[in-house]
Design a binder for this molecule. Structure first.
Ligand SMILES: [Fe+2]
Length: 309
């Protein structure tokens, strides 16, 4: 049995391709609570209050999609070992291992998952000071939910190759995967096509979470769904649409997994388990449409397009 290629320490950042780069940069920095740390013609990098240089990269594109998901790895030596193990498994890499030239620096590699998503493993990124937990703004990105056409294949790749563990299932519709004590850093949702379902941002407490929702309300922006509290993961949720129609979530209080005692369970998809508080009601067609997004062609098609253009 092959070992996983590396030990993922945590979800570090997400890159979104967006057709509304400028408006979305304004939204995430002026309303959502992130701060712009770097900006170019086609991209912006934004941070939370936590210790990561950036947690979100917005890249201008004709169509919305996932740019990449970045996981923090402890050392460059582990990145090099991951590259050797990827080679041995015949899994495609599109960059590295080597120094990363993007904002935030680091030493990393980029691999491609079975549905064409780019996954980055990165170590030695630039340090920034932690900004404290006073304001009702995100600490960072805490999870990404991805739509997949084959949930079993997706779960198998992320567990077998990337060493993630399944924390819970929501019937055979969603799988919640962890790489550390957080109940999930990634979740997959069985769907008609591969796409980003939503990106979740961590608020330090329920009080910060509610004050964040209040700030958006003050800007005339109401939740698409929420506030409520999920059964799997026990986290609060409130979902919004950004200016490009991509879904972002405020969340707090994710369950912490004790690796020695945790048992994966299967949650039934009933209203009282989807929302433990009973405050959110069922998800509307509008929120489900936003979460489905549009089919994402993935890395190979994008790189093919870049080669011909
Ligand atoms: Fe979520």
């Amino acid at each position: 049995m092959n070992q996983p290629i590396a030990r993922l320490r945590r979800l570090r950042s997400v890159e979104l391709r967006t057709h509304a780069r400028s408006a979305s940069t304004d939204f995430y920095s002026e309303v959502w609570g992130l701060r712009v740390v770097d900006q170019g013609d086609d991209a912006a990098w934004l941070r939370g209050t936590g210790d990561q240089h950036h947690v979100l990269q917005l890249t201008a594109a004709e169509r919305n999609g996932l740019g990449r998901i970045s996981f923090a790895i402890s050392t460059p030596a582990e990145i090099d070992e991951a590259a050797r193990r990827l080679d041995a498994r015949g899994i495609p890499m599109i960059q590295g291992p080597g120094a990363v030239d993007d904002a935030g620096g680091g030493y990393g590699l980029r691999l491609v998952d079975p549905e064409g998503r780019i996954v980055e493993l990165i170590a030695d990124t630039l340090a920034v000071p932690d900004l404290g937990r006073g304001d009702a703004v995100p600490v960072g990105v805490t999870h990404v939910v991805l739509n997949t056409v084959d949930i079993d294949a997706a779960v198998s790749f992320y567990c077998d190759v990337l060493g993630m563990r399944v924390s819970d299932w929501s019937e055979h519709q969603m799988a919640f995967l962890r790489c550390n004590s957080d109940h999930h850093s990634i979740a997959f949702n069985q769907a008609q096509w591969a796409s980003v379902n939503h990106i979740a941002y961590e608020m330090p407490t329920v009080d910060h979470f509610m004050r964040g929702i209040g700030r958006l309300r003050h800007h005339g922006i109401l939740p698409l769904w929420g506030p409520g509290k999920h059964g799997p993961g026990d986290n609060t949720f409130s979902y919004f649409a950004d200016p490009a129609g991509l879904v972002c979530e405020y969340t707090s209080g994710i369950a912490q997994v004790d690796e020695d005692r945790w048992l994966c369970r299967v949650w039934r998809r009933v209203p009282e388990l989807s929302d433990l508080w009973g405050t959110a009601g069922p998800p509307s067609k509008q929120v489900r449409d936003h979460m489905a997004g549009i089919p994402d062609p993935g890395a190979f098609e994008l790189h093919d397009l870049e080669r011909v253009s």
